[in-house]
Write a new protein. Structure first.
Length: 287
């Protein structure tokens, strides 16, 4: 089964390793290629997808900056992709391309694995881009009572907040000056911005505003222990690592790619072991 990932700045992605491991678990010979198009000025996503289909690929994952464009190229879109308005997983089917969004389903799976049916409470989220959109919609599905969304692109934050309000969730876009006030009453804090990644080092907010009774999530997993999460652990906060989103979104994508009930049963059975492996490898702890 030939798979891949298309995006910019993905040379350090752990997705090939994850999908190879899933292939071994399911006895499916799996190849997973990285298509990093950084600096390719004439890159055409439609042409590239057409070539991969001709070469017998089963499907691809999609990341920055192609998630929204990729959805427009799909003939069929699953509920997750339609709701979020972008896709991170394309399947090449006989009757056309199918789009799914496993960042959406993966965050919900990661939440339930860690916290069961506990509701997330009101949250402040930094970042309204591709993964931010998926996580925000996932939180709405988990019954977060309110969301305050900050993004350096104010219009992007306002669009996402309006979408969530249309779906019945109390959501507002806030500026940096409003962060402190909303953090005072938030039960959860999420970083879905790139700040903290190896390519974008730093911390996205003033960590003195964090409280021990809050939970925190950082979508960044390279490195897995960002400045934000290290500060959160020092304050005794409950941490949901980006490693969990990486694992669960990948598991969901592979389930779509394999499209086999036998493979799905093996994956479900082995997911806790797989998660523990990446926690040891990327964080250095056993969950």
């Amino acid at each position: 089964m030939k798979l891949g990932l298309i995006g910019i700045g993905i040379t350090q992605s752990r997705s090939p390793d994850l999908h190879h491991r899933l292939g071994q678990l399911t006895d499916i010979d799996t190849r997973y290629d990285l298509f990093d198009v950084s600096g390719v000025s004439d890159f055409s996503l439609p042409d590239h997808l057409e070539r991969l289909q001709r070469e017998g690929y089963r499907g691809v994952n999609i990341t920055y900056p192609f998630k929204e464009q990729a959805l427009t190229l799909a003939r069929h879109a699953g509920e997750s992709a339609r709701r979020v308005g972008s896709t991170n997983t394309l399947l090449f089917e006989a009757d056309g391309i199918r789009a799914e969004n496993t960042d959406f389903t993966g965050f919900q799976s990661a939440w339930r694995f860690n916290f069961g049916e506990v509701a997330p409470g009101g949250v402040v989220q930094l970042g309204a881009g591709g993964v931010g959109r998926a996580v925000a919609h996932a939180l709405a599905g988990l019954q977060a009572p309110w969301m305050a969304i900050f993004d350096t692109d104010t219009e992007r934050a306002e669009r996402l907040a309006a979408e969530l309000r249309h779906l019945g969730t109390e959501a507002t876009a806030i500026d940096r000056d409003g962060l402190a006030d909303r953090l005072m009453s938030a039960e959860g804090v999420l970083n879905c911005s790139p700040i903290g990644h190896l390519d974008h080092p730093g911390c996205p907010l003033d960590t003195t505003l964090l409280r021990s009774e809050q939970w925190i999530f950082d979508a960044v997993y390279v490195p897995a222990e960002t400045e934000l999460l290290m500060a959160a652990r020092q304050r005794g906060m409950t941490v949901l690592s980006g490693v969990d989103l990486f694992v669960f979104q990948g598991v969901d994508a592979f389930r779509w790619f394999a499209a086999s009930s036998e493979a799905e049963a093996r994956i479900v059975q082995q997911t806790p072991t797989l998660r523990a492996h990446y926690h040891r490898e990327l964080i250095g702890t056993t969950p």
